[in-house]
Design a protein around this ligand. Structure first.
Ligand SMILES: [Zn+2]
Length: 873
């Protein structure tokens, strides 16, 4: 279960129509003074924008939404003129018109205005902590700076910012730059905080936070770093501070450009819609992803905290220092930060094996890209809703996977040198995709500028079919590429028109001269000769390629017999993904996958097992019928028995963090999918003992034990968990209890929990994940769907469409033609603007799942009944 699926996702903007600013002027500097009023939910603003007028004009157009203009004037060549303001609500713009035309050259715009401190988690908004203490904070990406100040709110209009905040005396004020002065006044009980001039940056990266915050402080390479939280949470910032210090030094070395901003503040906020946001010098976070109790936090959460922080810090170079010219190249930000983030984490905590998580992430992004309704990495977008929809699995995951392949293809040093040159060339400016690959091609001497467009401008994932034949002394391998699609009829019927330039690496099992052989596959079909004759051929050696490999049955059987010796853990993960991909399109029976699973009975690598376990849960959830389930459960119990024997039920002194996590995951699947009575009894006992105690929660185990206990839990257990959640000691504990409540299967408790999602007990940012989690339970799909429909008006208002888009995605877990029809019907009349592509993707996934079930369900049933004797225990 992943609580916050996407990093840096931004909230929707409600207007469907907006266009780009006319090229009349460019901003040079903004002087901004904000006076927030927490009681009246508004703020007063004063703004002076120094601009360069590009050609004579009598009007200047700015972006503005829900801003009240009190007065505006423009000064040019020493003459000041009052400006008439016309607001264009549909375009999110305002025109400032003057009587006498402005000459080309410098000019100054002065505006006094007021705006709303809203509760929609975007723009300039109010949040509050558990004690009801309010704070005000900004979230601007992609198009919401215009809600806080009239601006040239497009990424290419970079400028410097001089920000001043007038706040209550007890409130801290933070912004992108360091504090220049902090003086009492102007009114009694207030102080005025002036910040130094910021670096040149895009408007979506401006940030302000005002409230009662506390920090832990440190530094790295001379850069001050502070980790902030609301009162009482400061001690939970230590882990993030230590990570940030390590990452700062790592990035300074890697990029060869010292951190370009003078300080780094990182703040955890109770009300925050995205995972985190990379505002220049002031990173904002959902607090549960930043502030943790290091001693008791679960290891997956620690990994996630480190990963998100590393991602956001990478943005300081990728995104903040060098920014994409327009949103169509958002992948230059998000893909890079996602690709980069495991590097410093792996250097800091090699024992976490984040490099293997990236292989799993590659498979996940291949899955999105196997839909007909996927999109190319580079994608035109004009309206705020279209721009918002670009923050998806393609911009993040696929791009990261493609960059990983590219790095392997040209070599990591060459890649780093190219990145360094690209950043230096465009520092404090903007860049495009072409700028990037032209530089990398030049530095590496390899045809990066031919390889990359095939992956960036063309949607979909290549499928490379492998046929190997021994001619006595060497192996002739034929590779044939086509686009992979989950839609098996289409995939098997027609040859796709797409052609990629794929860096492919092969290796052989048991051959005399084992080793990787790599080449660039540019044609539809190509032959590669490998020296000697091995007993199998692997087509994605190193597991770094962004393609799916199609193996013949005999080849898979041979590899399966040599998994431990012949393949690295990364290659085992990729093989699992590849074989499953062939099952999805009917090229292999699901039972081949289960046979492969049996070959992994003694697997000890946590990421390899995790990949397998997730797939087994999927098979149980979607491909087994009620009659098959006991047999499948029996098979799962038998499969997992060696792991349980090795790991036991309770943590052992001195064991690795990987084993501790693996135990938790294995028990979860043995108890859930395997219905293992011994595991279920353990979970109930562990839960009882833990809920009765006041000791800190062991969160690595709690997630598993609570969710298993809740499956058959009654209202007494539900009430106890609610009570614990109310008094949770850390943000993580809070969410562990919240997740446990989503696992109950008793219909009355499901009903109760759905109602609770929209009550004040659950923050609006979490409502959607509660409903989605319940929807994902076999027993929860129908009630959650009915609940969603009958409360749609309320849900649609949350975050101005944010929750609605989340639920469009959540319904993708349905798996029948009828459900697909209901989904289409409902969302056709209840449109979610920022989820148009999302809806098509969900409908396609439902259709694919229903097809897979009809195709593979009977085969699975037959196989299970053939194996009954063996697994009946
Ligand atoms: Zn990001």
């Amino acid at each position: 279960m992943k609580r916050f699926a996407v990093l840096c996702v931004v909230l929707s903007s409600f207007l469907s129509f907006a266009q780009r600013l006319p090229e009349l002027a460019r901003p040079v500097n903004y002087k901004l003074t904000f006076t927030p009023d927490f009681k009246k939910n508004f703020f007063a603003g004063q703004e002076t924008i120094s601009i360069r007028v590009l050609k004579p004009t009598s009007e200047i157009v700015l972006n503005a939404v829900e801003i009240d203009f009190l007065n505006a004037s423009i000064t040019s060549m020493g003459v000041s003129q009052e400006a008439k303001v016309t607001v264009h609500k549909d375009k999110q713009m305002a025109t400032l018109a003057v009587a006498k035309a402005l000459a080309a050259g410098p000019a100054t715009i002065k505006i006094q205005f007021t705006g709303l401190l809203n509760d929609q988690l975007r723009g300039f908004y109010l949040g509050k902590d558990e004690q009801g203490r309010k704070y005000a904070v900004t979230q601007f990406e992609a198009t919401d700076a215009r809600r806080a100040f009239p601006s040239f709110d497009e990424p290419a209009y970079k400028a410097t910012f001089d920000i001043t905040v007038i706040a209550d005396k007890r409130h801290v004020a933070l912004s992108n730059a360091k504090i220049l002065s902090d003086k009492p006044g102007p009114d009694e009980g207030k102080h005025t905080v002036k910040f130094t001039t910021s670096a040149k940056m895009s408007s979506y990266l401006v940030a302000i936070a005002v409230g009662e915050f506390e920090a832990v402080e440190g530094e790295s390479d001379g850069i001050p770093i502070r980790v902030w939280g609301t009162p009482g949470k400061k001690q939970l910032g230590g882990f993030a501070l230590e990570s940030a210090k390590f990452f700062m030094h790592y990035y300074n070395q890697y990029f060869g450009i010292k951190y370009p901003f003078e300080k780094l503040d990182v703040i955890g906020l109770p009300d925050f819609a995205a995972g985190a946001m990379e505002n220049t010098g002031l990173i904002t976070f959902r607090e549960a992803l930043l502030l943790i109790d290091e001693k008791n936090a679960s290891i997956p959460l620690k990994r996630e905290v480190a990963d998100v922080l590393s991602h956001e810090m990478a943005h300081m170079w990728f995104g903040d220092l060098v920014t994409m010219q327009w949103w169509d190249d958002i992948w230059l930000n998000e893909g890079f930060a996602t690709w980069m983030s495991p590097k410093p984490v792996a250097a800091w905590k090699p024992e976490w094996h984040v490099e293997l998580e990236t292989v799993r992430d590659t498979i996940t992004s291949q899955s999105v890209d196997s839909l007909q309704h996927t999109r190319p990495i580079q994608q035109a977008a004009e309206t705020p809703a279209q721009i918002q929809e670009l923050f998806d699995g393609i911009a993040y995951g696929k791009t990261a996977a493609v960059l990983r392949m590219l790095e392997a293809y040209i070599g990591s040093e060459s890649f780093r040198a190219g990145v360094n040159q690209y950043l230096k060339q465009h520092a404090y400016g903007n860049a495009t995709a072409t700028d990037f690959w032209t530089t990398l091609a030049k530095v590496s001497g390899k045809p990066v500028d031919r390889v990359m467009p095939t992956f960036v401008r063309q949607a979909g994932v290549p499928f490379v079919a492998v046929h190997a034949e021994c001619n006595g002394r060497s192996t002739q391998v034929t590779l044939r590429q086509q686009r992979y699609l989950f839609d098996r009829e289409r995939f098997n019927r027609e040859e796709s028109k797409e052609l990629w330039q794929v860096p492919v690496c092969l290796k052989e099992g048991g051959a005399a001269e084992a080793g990787k052989t790599c080449r660039l596959l540019t044609e539809r079909e190509a032959r590669v000769d490998l020296p000697g004759c091995g007993n199998w051929t692997l087509a994605n050696a190193g597991a770094e390629g962004f393609y799916r490999s199609g193996y013949e049955a005999a080849n898979v059987r041979a590899i399966a017999g040599d998994l431990e010796q012949g393949l690295t853990p990364a290659e085992r993960i990729m093989l699992l993904g590849d074989v499953w991909a062939s099952v999805r399109v009917g090229r292999k029976p699901v039972t081949d996958y289960l046979a492969l699973a049996e070959g992994l009975q003694n697997e000890t690598s946590r990421p390899v097992m995790s990949e397998l376990l997730s797939q087994l849960e999927y098979i149980e959830h979607y491909l087994t019928s009620e009659q098959d389930q006991p047999q499948f459960a029996g098979w799962v119990r038998q499969l997992l028995a060696p792991s349980i024997r090795r790991l036991g039920f309770e943590p052992r002194p001195g064991e690795s963090e990987e084993d501790k996590q693996l135990r938790s995951r294995v028990l979860q699947v043995a108890g859930g999918t395997g219905q293992d009575p011994e595991v279920l009894a353990w979970a109930r006992k562990w839960t009882d003992r833990t809920l009765a105690s006041d000791s800190p929660l062991d969160n690595t185990t709690a997630d598993t034990a609570f969710s298993l206990a809740a499956r058959d839990g009654d209202s007494t257990l539900y009430d106890r968990l609610v009570e614990k959640q109310r008094h949770a000691k850390t943000p993580e504990d809070f969410y562990v209890y919240l997740d446990a409540l989503n696992s109950f299967t008793d219909p009355k408790l499901i009903e109760r929990n759905l109602k609770r999602a929209l009550s004040p007990e659950v923050r609006s940012q979490d409502a959607v994940s509660v409903i989605a989690d319940i929807m994902n339970l076999p027993a929860g799909g129908a009630p959650a769907w009915d609940f969603m429909k009958s409360h749609w008006d309320e849900i649609a208002k949350i975050g101005d469409g944010f929750a609605g888009a989340g639920l469009v995605e959540a319904v993708s877990t349905f798996c029948s033609v009828e459900q697909g029809e209901q989904v289409r019907e409902f969302f056709t009349t209840h449109k979610v603007e920022s989820a148009e592509r999302g809806l098509e993707q969900s409908l396609e996934r439902i259709q694919n799942c229903a097809d897979l079930k009809s195709q593979q369900g009977p085969r699975l049933a037959q196989w299970l009944s053939d194996h009954e004797v063996r697994i009946g225990q």
